[in-house]
Design a protein around this ligand. Structure first.
Ligand code: NAD
Length: 502
């Protein structure tokens, strides 16, 4: 394997608070493992609630000082554009760190993670410049207008699978709006947050505006979510944790955006371009080693082409480059941690016991002691099976046949989740009809995974509340203030009537 050495500051096991690395008040640390070898690469601080208090206080003071919140949108925009430039200048270092931390194929980290983060800062910069209100013509003796204001301290809590992108999708818009941030990254994959802190500072984001406290969600989550100085909670993670976070935030009357689990259906109709549909299906379920909330782990295939598609998958999937994430040719790497590996293995065993046919894969792979699971296709899986109804979050595809368009829609909508869905068809009318009927926040037609900071994403049902990206996201990071200024009637002697009479 090609060795990459972490920069020294990522070996310090410290938080980043008020513009500087800060030791934890506790002595606990969390090992950070390289998922490709299960070897420890560094440790981070297991933060305490006292650490969180310091970070929230710093963020609150920075907000109140106006050093960021009172800048014009254009000034904030300039800084965010500089952040994007720095991400591009440091692209290789960021990609290497993200790949090492998550076990993500380096080609993916280079092409997707770093570029998406930079694009997201640039897009947020454009929104910062357009934070205007509206004049309302109301039937009152008044001039009435609205203005948008930042909320205050945003608590960002993020998951392990796309640490950089899913942090950026909160930080960039929060900062664009003039908020300050306390970020608790996932315990397994905290490194890109610590890199981000340095780059934001270098770009000119003032001290205290972005703070990182590393640690276990179980130790820190409730304290951060219900902290009296936190104005909003931005959470991405599992449905189970999200429901808990929403309950705690609700009790404390904090607004929450919650981007939660997904279990998307990908529907292949017999009229699709089948070779392309199979290629799309593979990339939809192996992208990021299946640890993609908007991945396509449930394949529904119209019965006349069901066996043909299974044969094509059986032929192609074992040849998708699988192994060392540092090899630029690798498409599928290890899972991000042992917990994921065990979860995926258990889900496949359960499906097999429930009668699923293993078309390919179906077992872990012994590669350098890392958390590898072979890309797996399971056919004839009952719709009620846990492998279909629950999110597996690994490189596993379940395949089910259907006979009619209506049945396909019913199967696609039959889980509690609703984050994404895909339609592979040659009929434009069918694409519109089915897209309209699917219960999901984003639908791809003859494609999978195309995203852009300008296009909102988010869930329906148990996949969450709120939207990230697009202009819509600004709603969740600002509040509207109405200003109504009375206009006195003209003095009697100056009214036109009074003038006429004289
Ligand atoms: P997770 O819910 O286990 O953890 C997410 C974050 O929550 C981590 O930072 C964790 O430390 C923290 N946390 C844990 N307990 C907490 C508590 N009591 N209070 C507050 N925070 C707490 O999720 P994960 O395993 O890291 O991520 C995988 C999940 O995230 C999958 O379900 C995936 O679908 C989902 N996800 C959703 C999206 C989306 O945009 N909808 C994107 C990526 C991942």
């Amino acid at each position: 394997m090609t060795e990459y050495r972490l920069p020294d500051h990522l070996r310090e096991a410290q938080h980043y608070i008020n513009g500087t690395t800060t030791a934890s008040t506790g002595s606990g640390t969390i090992p950070v493992l390289d998922p490709a070898t299960a070897q420890q690469i560094t440790t981070t601080a297991a933060g305490t609630t006292a650490d969180l208090d310091t970070a929230v206080e710093a963020a609150h003071d920075a907000f109140r000082s106006g050093v960021w919140s009172r800048l014009s949108g254009r000034e904030r925009s300039r800084v965010l554009i500089r952040v994007a430039q720095l991400f591009r200048e440091h692209a290789e270092e960021i990609a290497q760190v993200e790949s090492l931390d998550v076990g993500k194929p380096i080609s993916l980290a280079r092409a997707v993670d770093v570029n998406t983060a930079a694009d997201t800062y640039e897009y947020a910069a454009s929104l910062a410049q357009n934070l205007d209100g509206a004049v309302r013509r109301v039937p009152l003796p008044a001039h009435a207008y609205t203005q948008r204001e930042p909320l205050g301290v945003v608590a960002a809590i993020t998951p392990f699978n796309f640490p950089l992108i899913l942090s950026t999708s909160k930080i960039a818009i929060a900062l664009a709006a003039g908020n300050t941030v306390v970020h608790k990254p996932a315990e397994d994959t905290p490194l890109s947050a610590l890199l981000t802190a340095r780059l934001l500072s270098e770009a000119g984001v003032p001290d205290g505006v972005y703070n990182v406290v590393t640690g276990y969600g179980s130790d820190l989550g409730d304290h951060l979510t219900a902290h009296p100085r936190v104005a909003k909670v931005a959470f991405t993670g599992s449905t189970q944790t999200g429901a808990h976070v929403a309950a705690v935030a609700g009790q404390a009357l904090r607004p929450v955006t919650a981007e939660l689990g997904g279990n998307a259906a990908n529907i292949i109709f017999a009229d699709a371009d089948l070779p392309k549909a199979v290629e799309t299906t593979i990339s939809a379920f192996v992208f990021n080693t299946g640890q993609f909330c908007m991945g396509g782990p449930r394949l529904l295939v119209e019965r006349p082409v069901y066996e043909h598609v299974l044969e094509a998958l059986a032929g192609a999937v074992p040849h998708v480059p699988f192994g060392d994430p540092r090899d630029p040719g690798t498409v599928i790497g290890p899972l991000a941690n042992r917990r994921q590996l065990e979860k995926v293995a258990a889900a496949v065993e359960q499906a097999r016991a429930a009668g699923a046919r293993v078309v390919t894969g179906g077992e872990p792979a012994e590669i350098n002691g890392g958390f590898f699971y072979r890309p797996t296709v399971l056919a004839d899986v009952a719709n009620s099976a846990e492998a279909v109804q629950q999110e597996i979050f690994g490189p596993v595809l379940t395949v089910q046949p259907f006979d009619t368009e209506q049945e396909a829609v019913e199967l696609a909508n039959s889980t509690d989740y609703g984050l994404a869905a895909g339609i592979q068809t040659g009929s434009i009318s069918r694409a519109h009809r089915v897209a309209d009927a699917l219960e999901a926040g984003i639908i791809w037609v003859n494609a999978w995974g195309m995203l852009d900071p300008a296009m909102p994403f988010g869930g329906v049902k148990s996949s969450g509340w709120g939207r990230e990206n697009g202009p819509e996201q600004m709603e969740a990071y600002t509040r509207t203030k109405s200003v109504i200024i009375a206009i006195d009637p003209a003095p009697e002697d100056q009214t036109p009537d009074a003038e006429d009479a004289s």
